[in-house]
Each structure stands twice: as C-alpha cells, then as structure tokens.
Design a protein around this ligand. Sequence first.
Ligand SMILES: [Mg+2]
Length: 351
Amino acid sequence: LPYSLRVPAKPRNPENNPGRPGELALIRRIRNRALSHSRTGITLGIGDDCALLKLRPGEEAAVTTDLSIAGRHFLLEVHPPEVVGYRTLARGLSDLAAMGARPVAAFVSLGLPRELTVPRGRQSAWVERFYDGLLALADACKTPLAGGDLAQSPVALADIVLVGAVPNGKALLRSGARLGHVIYLTGSLGGAAAGLGLLRGMRGLRIVGGFPAISKKMSDLASAHLHPQPRITQGLWLQRKSMATAAIDLSDGLSTDLNHLCQESGVAAEVDAASLPLHADATLEQALHGGEDYELLFTAAPTVRMPRHIGGVPVTRIGRIVRRRKGAALVTLQTDEGDAPLLPQGWQHFS
Ligand SMILES: [Mg+2]
C-alpha cells in the first residue's frame, strides 16, 4: 500500500495499526521536520490534499521535475544518503536558477526498498538521512518542502518537483541567443566529474548504519560532486538586470548543454578551449563532458559589460555565438591545434 506524507496531524493511534506503525511514525517525523523549516511562499504546506502556493502579482510559475534512480543517478554503496538528498534538491534548484526564477516550494516523492526506511541498530534509517541532506539545502536556499509521497519500491528512486516564480515574460530561456552574442559561464568546470572519480576510487568508505557516511576528507576532496551549489543568486541577478539573452544550467556537461542552447536558439557557437575555467582537479575531458557541475551557461549581447563576479562567483567569457552552417557542428572547440567539432558527449550517468 503506498503511503503518503499527508498524514492527519494526530493520526489515530498508529501503534494499533499492525504492519504500518513504523511507516506512519516515519511519515509523521518527515512531516514535522518539513513544517519546522522555512515556510515563506506557501499558504498551506503538508497536511491537506494539496499545498497552496503564493505567487506575487505579475509573476508566473516555473516548474521543473527530475527523477533520480539508484544505480543510474546515484549509487547506494558510494553516495551517503545525505548526499543523495542534497543532490536531488540541487538538481531542481539548478533548473530554477537557469530560468532566473526564485524558488517557492519543493515536493519530493520517494520509492524505497523497505530496508532503507528502517533504522539499523541505533543509526538513523537511510530515508531520515536523505531528508537531513535535502532539508539542509532547502534551508540554505529558503525553499520549503511543501509535500511529497513515499512508497515501497524494489529500486530506490527520488522524484523532485520544484516550483519557482519569475516576473511575467522575464524568464531566461534557452532560445534567446543571437549571432554575435558572447557566451559566459559561472564557476568552474569538471569538478563534479573529478570528485566522483575520487569518490569511486576511495577505499574503505566510512559506513554508518549500513551506508556510506561523509567524512571530512571525503567532503573536502569531492565537494563539487557531493555538494554542488545551485546558482540561484546568479540566475536571479541576470534576470533582474535583463543581462542574459539565453541561459541553461550545466547538468549534462558543457558539450551537451551548449548544443541544447544552440539548438533552441537556431545558432552555432565557438568555444575557446584556453579560456575554459577548469576546476583544479579536472581534466579538459571532464570539463567538456563531465556533467553535474550545475553552473550557469548564458549568453549576453556584446555591448553588455558583464561583471567578473556575480554574487561572489566568478563569471568567465568562454566563446561566442556564430551563424549556423549547413553540415557543420553546432559547437566548435578552438584550440592551439586548430578547430574541432564539440559533439554532445555528456555524462551518461552510470549507464
Ligand atoms: Mg536544466
């Protein structure tokens, strides 16, 4: 029987309900935790059939959904549950950032094998630790958890829905890049792929309650992979200043996401390899094709004076929008050895 987060405030004596007491108690705890966190922007949170969200006058809703599946988007034997929770929310927030939207509310539905919902010994259950990570980022980004669902599933999976708000007609789209526009990037590239490599190579991961736990060493080494920073501030700034003509977040890798942007805008792009801001641990290959950096890739008119930092994050000019030519690649990488097509080879998760 699927169970929902919509439990009555005072459940009818769940301990008398054979087979489900632990589940109901779990749901009640999740609900209480969500309610004790930030609630601005929601009129009604968990507890009724629907959440009620409040948009400001003149705003439209931006909605995004992302599915994370064990074995494909995360690995139970490598990723601590807190990290899976954090990254699940980060994916959704990054999509809002790419549209220049402010987060309003998050909804997360989980399908979990039973062993992930029960504590092992004195340690918290996997699912509780998942919410530790998710709610930490939700708090940092002032995004209330306004609902969700929980069901038993043979494979662990998490589906996140993010609702954001953006002034009517002001959302940053993928389709606005034009000939002569300049291509910019926030932060650095390849850190997430490099971090994942380090993590997978680590021997003797610390295990707590049957699952990996974040050690200080692990956290420092692989922070770009474990705790990517959704560029909400930067997306909002670009939207409010009307500085960007098009934007996309780097979830699948520069090669894939820049191709998406060119496709939607009906243009082509040239990237200067030497200008790419590589993460200290990353190879050029990881910077070009490694996914999940969750930086913003955006374009602006050549007349715009782009600052070197937005909200404390560096902004780097990496190339330009050019005319699309028949038979030529949409994206060209320019190096000392000449030009080469940059084909989409984005990270294929763990497939
Ligand atoms: Mg996206």
